[in-house]
Design a protein around this ligand. Structure first.
Ligand code: SAH
Length: 357
């Protein structure tokens, strides 16, 4: 049988593996195999993106949600969540501060909040587009109709993050209420991509019920769907959810999967997520060393930071945007990487702002 180290070489040269080979690589991993994987991942990453780290300023603009995902701290059944919404002015003031700090991408993320109708969202996107023509606007608002996605795209949003959460039907049903379906999720992703968005999917590592087979389903799906970005981070329990008693996903498996994803598509935008920084003080650095090239510091006003709690013990909830920005810079410089003051598009993709010139 082919060894896990040989599988790393094969993945690097061929860009994929068979189902059984992925299982063998994941289950046969050792610290030595991981080191070999990370070295290969860094090599291909440096060839495409050099040592640049792209920043995305995350604006968590509402924690109201109509959904009831079993893992998430802002699920509608959590009556202890202290709910808030940001006004257009508050959102624009986050952008103003972010722009001064060198952010050229703003990510508007929230629960699925019916208050933000298409008209309201279009107004917000237009205002950001008009005020910051040199910036990319990314949305992460969950599932909406194709017409809604289309209107938001025409208003000036050009990227959309919607994690598929798991590509395994049974696992999806285990993590979500019966009102949600994997089919619906995948249709949304396809619609977004057809409209022209740069699309990000992704999943949690170590979520309750996840098996190696589920992870391989995710990898094979990503290979086939070819998203521009893949967000992965460890599952971390939230005390007021049905999964409160489940153990968190591990740093070790999360970074291993980051390495695999980098080899699956060398051009992928791969964030070292806040959840990764939450389970380990050096999680984001280790994520970058494993092949990640994006970091999403928080730009939300300090007053609401400790309310957007998807999981327990989230980091940076008391820090000003500027503190987060410079903390990340220091951390990246310490491991030999640079912060890029650019939109940070998918390699080879010409952003809308530049096309318009
Ligand atoms: N409503 C938006 C944004 C969801 S929050 C949407 O549906 O896309 C962003 C991501 O946080 C989710 O996609 C999920 O993968 C992750 N998340 C939620 N709860 C989590 C938890 N307990 N631990 C780790 N990640 C979690």
């Amino acid at each position: 049988m082919i060894s896990p180290t040989a599988l790393v070489d094969k993945l690097k040269t061929q860009g994929t593996l068979s189902r059984s080979e992925f299982v063998c690589l994941i289950e046969g991993r050792t610290p030595e195999v991981a080191e070999c994987l990370f070295e290969a991942a860094r090599e291909v990453r440096h060839a495409v993106y050099g040592k640049d780290i792209f920043l995305r300023g995350l604006i968590e603009f509402t924690n109201y949600c109509r959904n009831d995902c079993l893992y998430c701290g802002i699920r509608k059944s959590n009556l202890d969540a202290d709910r808030y919404r940001l006004s257009l002015d508050e959102i624009l003031s986050c952008c103003r501060q972010g722009h001064e700090l060198g952010f050229r991408t703003f990510v508007l993320q929230g629960g699925e909040d019916p208050h933000y109708t298409d008209d309201r969202m279009v107004g917000i996107v237009r205002a950001i587009r008009a005020g910051y023509p040199d910036c990319a606007i990314t949305l992460s608002l969950g599932e909406r109709s194709p017409e809604s996605y289309e209107r938001l795209y025409r208003a000036g949003a050009e990227r959309y993050l919607l994690r598929h959460e798991t590509r395994n039907e049974d696992h999806y049903a285990y993590l979500h209420p019966a009102s949600m379906s994997l089919r619906e999720r995948l249709d949304c992703l396809q619609n977004l991509r057809d409209i022209g968005y740069q699309v990000g999917c992704g999943f949690m590592v170590g979520s309750p019920g996840q098996t190696t087979e589920c992870l391989v389903d995710d990898l094979l799906f990503i290979k086939e769907f070819k998203p521009h970005m893949v967000g992965i981070g460890p599952f971390i329990p939230h005390k007021d959810t049905p999964f409160a008693g489940h153990p968190a996903g591990t740093l070790e498996l999360t970074v291993f999967l980051l390495g695999i994803l980098r080899l699956l598509d060398p051009k992928l935008l791969l964030p070292a997520t806040t959840a990764l920084g939450t389970i380990s003080p050096t999680g984001r650095e280790l994520g970058v060393m494993a092949g990640a090239n994006v970091i999403m510091p928080n730009l939300s006003p300090v007053g609401v930071r400790n309310k957007y709690l998807l999981y327990d013990n989230k980091i940076c909830t008391g820090d000003e945007a500027a503190e987060c920005r410079f903390c990340i810079q220091r951390r990246m410089v310490n491991i030999g990487y640079d912060i890029a003051v650019t939109r940070g598009d998918y390699a080879g993709h010409i952003g809308q702002a530049r096309q318009a010139v």
